[in-house]
Design a protein around this ligand. Structure first.
Ligand SMILES: [Fe+2]
Length: 263
């Protein structure tokens, strides 16, 4: 039997080509993989959490709680829904007249560790159709001259009725609105409960907000509920404590006004 003396050489070349192809493929994969984001370090220029002193508890304990609940929730919701959850219809019907303006700059409050930068624009935040009391949240955004701000981004995120933040791709109880010509925005969502602070106590129920204009954070704050038994109103700026007005059984309305500080 005759041997082809060039055969080993061809095999070597083939092996080198395969190795190169694998390297190129891996390099491309690495380049396209999403980078981890850290939203917790950027709270925006208007974040007054240092002044109000209400961000520290969540900031410290949120990391632990978030790691546990975020993973747990993400796994549950992601696995069950497979990203094909049909969002129930919801509208802002029933939204009331805006609050009489105070034209006073809204107090800032802590962002906490759960903010995501890619919330979908939508009205209904009860993405999973979870049971619980609902709130219609409608508000108005004004600038430092007390004029409506149109086209601003308003991000809302909060704990689910189970007291956890959904960090899965469902963004349950999270969403984005773009202000209309009157500075108006609206969401329909579930009322969040107080949740454990990880140290044997509770954080008062709250909504988280970020307001962005042209991609720049202009306001980071929270909203609390005046009828929340876990709220110690003496520790919160009065303008951040909202009243839930009953509309019907299991549905209330929260009216808000955000006024930006001068840049
Ligand atoms: Fe929070």
């Amino acid at each position: 039997m005759s041997m082809d003396p060039s055969a080993p050489r061809r095999r070597d070349l083939l092996a080198q080509s395969l190795a190169l192809a694998v390297l190129v493929a891996c390099a491309g994969e690495s380049k396209d993989a999403p980078l981890p984001t850290d939203d917790t370090g950027t709270t925006g220029g208007d974040d007054d959490s240092g002044e109000t002193g209400v961000d520290d508890t969540e900031g410290e304990t949120g990391g632990e709680t978030g790691g546990e609940t975020g993973t747990e929730t993400g796994g549950e919701t992601g696995g069950e829904t497979g990203g094909e959850t049909a969002e129930p219809e919801a509208t802002c019907e029933g939204a009331g007249e805006p609050l009489p303006s105070t034209c006073a700059a809204t107090s800032g409050d802590g962002e906490g560790p759960y903010y995501r930068t890619d919330y979908p624009e939508r009205v209904n935040l009860n993405v999973l159709g979870e049971e619980g009391d609902e709130i219609l949240v409608d508000g108005r955004l004004l600038d430092e001259r007390c004029q409506p701000v149109a086209g601003a981004t308003v991000d809302l995120w909060h704990a689910t009725p189970k007291g956890i933040y959904d960090m899965s791709g469902d963004f349950h109880c999270s969403g984005r609105a773009i202000t209309d010509g009157q500075g108006g925005f609206c969401f329909r969502t579930l009322r969040p409960p107080p949740y454990t602070d990880g140290m044997g106590g509770f954080l008062a129920a709250h909504l988280h907000w970020n307001v962005l204009i042209g991609g720049e954070k202009r306001l980071t704050t929270q909203t609390y509920f005046s009828d929340d038994p876990k709220l110690d109103a003496t520790t919160k700026p009065a303008d951040l404590v909202a009243t839930v007005e009953p509309i019907s059984t299991g549905l209330g309305r929260v009216r808000l006004e955000f006024v930006l500080r001068p840049r």
